[in-house]
Structures are given as structure tokens and as C-alpha cells.
Design a protein around this ligand. Sequence first.
Ligand code: NAP
Length: 491
Amino acid sequence: MENIFSEIMVRNSEGQFQYQILIDGCWKCLASGKTFEVKNPATGEVIALVPDCDAADVKNAIQAAKKSLNLDGFSPIERLEVMEKARELVLKNQDFLAETITKESGKPISLARSEVKATAERLRLTMEETRVLYGEYLPGEWVEDTRNKFAIVLRKPLGVVAAISPFNYPLFIAASKIIPAVLAGNSVIAKPASNTPISLILFIRILEKAGMPTGAVNIITGGGSALGDIIIQSQDIQAISFTGSTKIGEYIANQAGIKKLHLELGGKASAIILEDADLNNAVVQICRGTFRNSGQRCDAVSRVLVQDNVKELFVEKVVEEVKKYVVGDPMDEKTQMGTVINEKAVQKMDALIEDALKKGATLLAGGKHKGLFYEATVLDNVTLEMEVAREEIFGPIMPIMSVRNHEEAVSLSNSSEYGLDSCVFTQNINLAIKISKELQDGSVTINAAPGHGVGHFPFGGNKKSGLGREGLKYSIDELTKLHTIIFTQSE
Ligand code: NAP
């Protein structure tokens, strides 16, 4: 099989792999030659060097994307063909892609394989997505002042889209921005997280090999704090599709000026367990919801609100279930939990646990780490005074809180500044409907932990969890603008 990546990963004089990046159709190490190291969180080894872009590189990428907007010859049908070809290439290279994700993120290989499959599936479903681009016909005769008029409403591309992505799903999240952006006729400048840039470099190579025209997709790598302002404040960028922390999302919103913003930010999903819930199901779901990808998911269950009369039994079952979540070598197919991303994440978990214990929480499991391998941790008797009850955790900690009834659970859940996800466990369908309407999150899942897969259902946050919705037809909605043409019939 042809190795489509060999030309973009060059060995330097010390024998280390150095990746190149694509700007204006050209793979290059940068003029400055500056690079930074990408390390494997599980072993501490340097996996490869990646270009450390400077302001000039970012500006070149933006100009390349702008120039490509004016090129004829990348018709909608050709965009679909590129996506189909890209899907084939993702599948052909799935092992290398999955291994790369695991090496740079520390997540278990089984999860990395799912991420690659989800990316291929996202590419397959582009045909479905383009339906949103068909537009609308609106008759005017329903309203007096438009009775002799009708309109067609088109969806037009926005222009240059900056796609800024986080470390936790380094392939899928970036691909979920780039695919709809390109399908809608935009061009893209993509910026991956500095901990995990390689998966996206590989995906950009795949898009190029699949036939993406020059400049339609560009990638820059380097520190977000150094390069962010150049992207955010550029007058040549019409939209920013950002997934990451609320802190950076708020910064972008403050700095961006008049641009379309699609912001997928932090979360604090609560799991509400009522007295009539199927506790066995709830326990399995909530453990998976908390510990999958070591809790490094925006939709991770981040506080468990249990009705007090079933709490003891729930806690007993959770402690049993947590024994299955053993941290291990991420490259082992059987491993369920790998590492957290870096030392800063370890320090954050330690501080959250220390604060909770100081304020009266009980440690039921975990609480320790070896290197970046952090144990599945369960804290009981958590109260709102503790940071772990209020802050986004983004790590493998399950805080358990007691509630008297569903009213208290809803009120506690809604007291969060986040509003991304929540889930409710009950067998009372009427109560499930009532609670799910009252919760202030973008999605509420009944009798399962939140999980958003390939994006068949719309996904996104309220309050400090963001702006806009991601999903198969919803992302494309965010990345287009309406254009109304009104026809007048003579009397
Ligand atoms: P992050 O620190 O906010 O970084 C996200 C991206 O923003 C990275 O590419 C980062 O680059 C870049 N960045 C940093 N400073 C910037 C600036 N001043 N201007 C522009 N870009 C800047 O987030 P993370 O730690 O990678 O990811 C975890 C966060 O993402 C969590 O809060 C999680 O909830 C959120 N998330 C949300 C969703 C969702 O759908 N709602 C999904 C996944 C993750 P560098 O890496 O170079 O700093």
C-alpha cells in the first residue's frame, strides 16, 4: 500500500521525525525552521517535531484560504467526491491514524479506533448533510405587503473559516468542522491543539490526496496563545469554529469583532438518579460516562445527583463497577483508561480532590496517579462548597451528591454556569419528560449517559457552554449564511 504520509514526515539530522504542514498547497517545514516537540503522555517519549508557526505563516495561510475562495472549478459534486475519496483513505490508513491518536493523546487504542471510524462515518454522511444547502422557496401571498412577491432563500458560504480544535478528540472534532465548512463552499485554516497536532496533519494530508484544491484547506501548528490573536482578529476570516475551554471561548468572543462564531465550550454534565431508576443500568452508564477517555470529554458526567433513599445502594454498586476501570497501557486493546493529557491535568485533579476532602468529602476509590495515569476516582458526600461540584473536571473523578427529590436535583443541576449536557435515570416517563424540559442544557439524555457519536442529533451548549449547534445538518447551518432573492410579479 502506498504510504501517503512518508513525504510529510521527514527525518532530521538527529533521526527524529519532523512533520510538515500544508499552507497554500505546499507542504513545508517553515522558513524559520522552528519546531516544537509532541510527546507521548504514556511514555514521555518525543513522538515527532512539528512546525512552530509564526505570525507570517498564519497570515500566509489566511491569504491562501482567501485566494482559494475565488477559484472556479471546485463544484459541489466535486466536493462530495473529495469527501468520498477521503473516507476511503481514512479507512485504508485507520491503523496508523488510531496509533497516532493514542500516541499523542494517551487514550486507549480502542477509543482511538472508534474515533477514526466516526471520522470515516462523518465523511460518508456528507451526502445527507448537503440537503441543508438546497435552500427554500417562500410564497409571499400570506402577508398583505408581499402578496405579489415570492422569494428563494439560498445558503451561501461564509468565506474563510478558522477551525480551532482541542486535544481530546484530535481527529474527529477537527474533521467535524472542516468537512461541513468545505462542503458549504468555505475555505479553511485549521489549528489543532499543541498537545495533539499530528492526527490533524495526517487528516489534512488525506484531504489533499483526495483532491482538495490548493488553498481550500490549510493547517498551522503552534501555541494558541501566540497565534490566536492573528486568527481571531483577522479581517479576512469570516467565521471561527472553536471547540475548547470556556476561558478561551470567552476570550475569542471578546476579541473577534463582527464574525460568525460557533463555540463548543466546557461542560458540567449532571446525572440525576431518581428512586425508581434501574440502578444497575444507571451505574454502568454513569461509570462509562465519567471515565471514558479518562473523563476528558465535554459531555463527561461531572456530578452525580442521587435521590437520598437509594444513594447507599447506588454508591455500593458504583464502587464495585469502578474496579473494572483500571488504568493501563493505552496501546493494549483491552485497556479502558489511559493517561490524562499532561502534568497540568494531574495537578488539577489533585487540587480538586484535596479541596473536596478538606471540606468533608469521602474518597471511595482512586485518588492517586502514577505519572499521567490517573485512577478512576469516586468522591462521596460532595457539597456545592467544593470546587469539584462546580468546576468542569475534565478528568476521571466522579463527585456524588445527595438530593431529596427531583425538584432539588433540577435546581442543583441548573445552578451551574455551564449548560451542555445532562442525563436522567428514572422509569417514570412523565417525570422524565418534565425534568428534561426543565433542565437548561443543550441536550438531556434519558436512561443513558450523554454521548454524541457522529453527530446525528444536534449537539451544543447553552450558558457558558457555547454558541451554536454541531451535528450532521446543524454544523453546515452554522457555516453558511442566508441569501434572500425576492421576485416581484407584475399586477
Ligand atoms: P483549550 O485549552 O481551550 O484549547 C483549545 C484550542 O484553542 C487549542 O487548539 C489551543 O491551542 C487553542 N488556543 C489556546 N489559546 C488560544 C487563544 N488565545 N486564541 C485562539 N486559540 C487558542 O482546550 P483543550 O484543553 O484543548 O480542550 C479541553 C476543553 O475543550 C474543555 O474545556 C472541554 O470541555 C472543551 N471541549 C468542548 C467540546 C464541546 O463540544 N463543547 C468538545 C471537546 C472539548 P494550544 O493547544 O496551542 O494552546
